[in-house]
Design a protein around this ligand. Sequence first.
Ligand SMILES: Cc1cc2nc3c(=O)[nH]c(=O)nc-3n(C[C@H](O)[C@H](O)[C@H](O)COP(=O)(O)O)c2cc1C
Length: 173
Amino acid sequence: MKRKEISPKDFVTRPFDIWLNKWFLLSCGDEDNFNVMTVAWGSFGGVWNKPFAQIFVRPTRHTFGFCSDFPHFTLCSFPKDFRNDLNILGSKSGRDCDKLSLTGLTVEKSKKVSSPSFKEADLVLECRKIYWGDLNSSNFLDKSIDECYPQKDFHRVFFGEIVHVESAENLPV
Ligand SMILES: Cc1cc2nc3c(=O)[nH]c(=O)nc-3n(C[C@H](O)[C@H](O)[C@H](O)COP(=O)(O)O)c2cc1C
């Protein structure tokens, strides 16, 4: 996929649609040792005078250890044709199989971070971890939130400063 670099401040998207409907592939680790999983919960914003992406990772995910141990992560989104690949990567665990080999995705080196990106992505956000925290269920103010945690596996949130953005020219916003 042909992409061009854009400044994080020029990055335009429909945040609810891209997170909840289009999804991202989260990659954490480095070239030799990384894991990926599909994510649909997260946000973009500004904090501590930096543009950032926030991701939510349950401790039960194989990706969790990579996100906790490595300093970077990437978020890649893809054209519709790769929807089934995102379903595979969001339902199988890297703990049990080489799930990427079941998809048509091709790993590529990122520009500014150690975690890899994907050739087929139409949007790549490279992030440097700047904060993490575990959700505290005693602070849930809406009863429906508890229903998301029958196993009490409360997410860990990671904030990543967005240090590099690449977007396909024809990407619909
Ligand atoms: C559409 C979709 C969105 C998902 N979003 C998240 C998420 O935001 N956080 C999370 O912890 N798991 C999420 N998952 C579940 C993980 O992607 C899934 O459990 C995956 O198999 C974990 O892989 P791993 O064990 O290799 O890390 C999502 C799954 C799908 C299909």
